[in-house]
Design a protein around this ligand. Sequence first.
Ligand code: IPE
Ligand code: IPE
Ligand code: MG
Length: 223
Amino acid sequence: MSSATSHLSAEARASLPQHVAVIMDGNGRWAKQRGLPRIEGHRQGAESARVIIRTAGELGIKYLTLYAFSAENWNRPKDEVDALMKYLIHYLKTETPELNKSNVRLEVIGQIYRLPENVQEHLRKSIATLSKNNGLTLVMALSYGSRIEIVDAVRRISEEVKRGKLDPADITEQVISDHLWTRNIPDPDLLIRTSGEMRVSNFLLWQISYAELVITPTLWPDF
Ligand code: IPE
Ligand code: IPE
Ligand code: MG
């Protein structure tokens, strides 16, 4: 038994969620409170991500989805977007060996093609390095938007109908789930949002139909 679960009763262990999704919000406010540039908040936020990934793995949680960059976040000032992309590369470079030691597998969801080519390259490398692992699956949501994910699914389902491969009468909830970017991932049973906003910000709208919601006022870097 790992250190994180050793103090849990058998009952508590049995009721652990299988998939936890997190809207990691509040990096900017954390930095502002300290008179620091926003990127310092993102840096500290990455530390929180490191801790939650390790803890989720130790607890035996199977999937952890982290909302790291939304499709809407492209509208932020270019300096902030550039810094976030640079930081993402740095994170992948330095963390991949650690994730490997912890038996973590990596998947990404989102409009990956919109990311700078060097970010895509590092993502491919990290995914390949971690592909044999069978502990926690870390799902990074990057340039992710739930509505565009659904649009993309509808387009691909329509193509199948057009080619005569699928009868509209056979389109079920399962068919839709199977065409989302999350097709290989079970729906989250727990959604956490830090920093207190009572909204879901275009995150996993279809997939969280039955998820329990936890919204905490704690800022992400302090979580
Ligand atoms: C979340 O923190 C991180 C990203 C969206 C990349 P924010 O940057 O949204 O922080 P606040 O909401 O301004 O505090
Ligand atoms: C949600 O946070 C997106 C991420 C955590 C990546 P935002 O700060 O971007 O969302 P809004 O603007 O509060 O809806
Ligand atoms: Mg925010």
